[in-house]
Design a binder for this molecule. Structure first.
Ligand code: PMV
Length: 357
């Protein structure tokens, strides 16, 4: 793997620049859980890029004479010091790939479309939006960069902030991890699903049901770390690669029975890894299980191709074709809402990736 091609240098004199991007969250169908340094995945993952769950970030780049990067971070208009360690470590990681950044002071202002403390992880959308802003500045300094190179390097930088963020740059489906099934795929950045995507998936629906809006008891970085000496790690990575092979085919044929089987297997395997780590932990809540059983019952009784997946938390993503939206919405409001914290759920759907505002 050649990292050096991502290093840029500038002899241009620094100029002020302001840019603003929105980037979506994504939901993995084949999960990334387990990594090696520097943020390289132990298995290939594949995700739906979302549409409405987004972070919007504006960055003002001001030249400074100190020759060392400075930044201020505002979230929902308020200066947020608790995000500094994560951002500092992100900038330390990416600095060598964007050495020009040391000539600037950054004012970063961010907000999320989804409610604060909703239990929806925002690291993917926020790192992707920030990386797009950084790349826009880089394009100012190096205008010859192509769109493909721009997106690839944005995904590369975002990955160093949060692995899954690599998959939030483009849509509607992206794949992260070097894999013979997708030419051009890489462990360093995500690439859009290159094969013929079945039209049913282009506007697939995702309703995020908020079971627990609190923050996670175990961070995903800790969870990834616990895969290092996990007794089932090797089998898990093999399982993920096998699921990916099958899912890649399903994404082209649109076989929903097979899709549901793989997506739910992946969700439960992810949580099975958590429950068998040392130390073990459980992120699902009783209502997560209630909802899973209700989804299964509804699917059996109505033959509606509704399935669930889980992130590293208690909330569920309910996935279904757009043509089934009406009956699924009725089911959610009649049977599921009561199991959600404050009755809250969020309608989202598959989207096309980050956009300049
Ligand atoms: O990007 P991270 O380090 O927060 O890891 C995300 C891991 C999962 O969300 C659980 C799975 C995935 O592939 O997105």
């Amino acid at each position: 793997m050649d990292n050096t091609r991502y290093i840029s240098s500038s002899t241009n004199s620094p100029e002020p620049f302001t840019t603003k991007w929105k980037a979506p969250s994504n939901i993995a169908l084949v999960k990334y859980w387990g990594k090696i340094n520097p943020q390289l995945p132990k298995n290939t993952s594949l995700s739906f890029t979302l549409s409405s769950s987004i972070t919007t970030t504006e960055v003002v780049f001001m030249p400074n004479n100190k020759k060392t990067l400075e930044f201020k971070f505002y979230f929902e208009g308020v200066l947020k010091l608790d995000f500094y360690p994560k951002l500092k470590s992100f900038f330390n990681q990416i600095n060598k790939y964007i050495p020009w950044i040391d000539s600037y002071s950054l004012k970063i202002s961010s907000h999320n479309s989804f409610p604060h403390s909703s239990g929806i992880a925002s690291s993917a959308s926020s790192m992707a939006a920030l990386s797009m802003c950084i790349m826009d500045m880089e394009r100012m300094l190096f205008p010859q960069i192509t769109i493909a190179e721009f997106n690839q390097k944005a995904s590369f930088l975002a990955r160093l902030g949060s692995g899954s963020a690599a998959r939030s740059i483009e849509g509607p489906v992206t794949l992260w991890g070097e894999n013979p099934l997708q030419p051009g795929s890489s462990d360093l950045y995500a690439t859009p699903f290159g094969n013929n995507l079945h039209p049913i998936f282009v506007d697939y629906q995702d309703t995020i049901v908020l079971v627990d809006k609190g923050s996670k008891t175990i961070s995903s970085s800790k969870g990834h770390q616990l895969m290092t000496n996990h007794p089932f790690a090797d089998q898990r990575f093999v399982q993920a690669e096998n699921n990916l092979v099958n899912l890649v085919q399903i994404m082209q044929t649109g076989n929903l029975d097979a899709f549901i089987k793989i997506v739910e297997t992946e969700a439960l395997s992810l949580h099975a890894m958590m429950m068998t780590s040392n130390p073990y932990f459980i992120l699902m809540k009783p209502n997560t299980l209630e909802i899973i059983h209700l989804v299964w019952k509804f699917r059996k009784e109505t033959q509606t191709p509704l399935c669930f997946t889980l992130d590293a938390g208690a909330n569920l993503h309910l996935l279904y074709p757009k043509s089934n939206k009406q009956e699924v919405c009725a089911f959610i409001s009649e049977s599921i809402a009561t199991y959600c914290q404050d009755g809250q759920y969020i309608f989202d759907e598959v989207g096309s990736g980050a956009k300049k505002v």
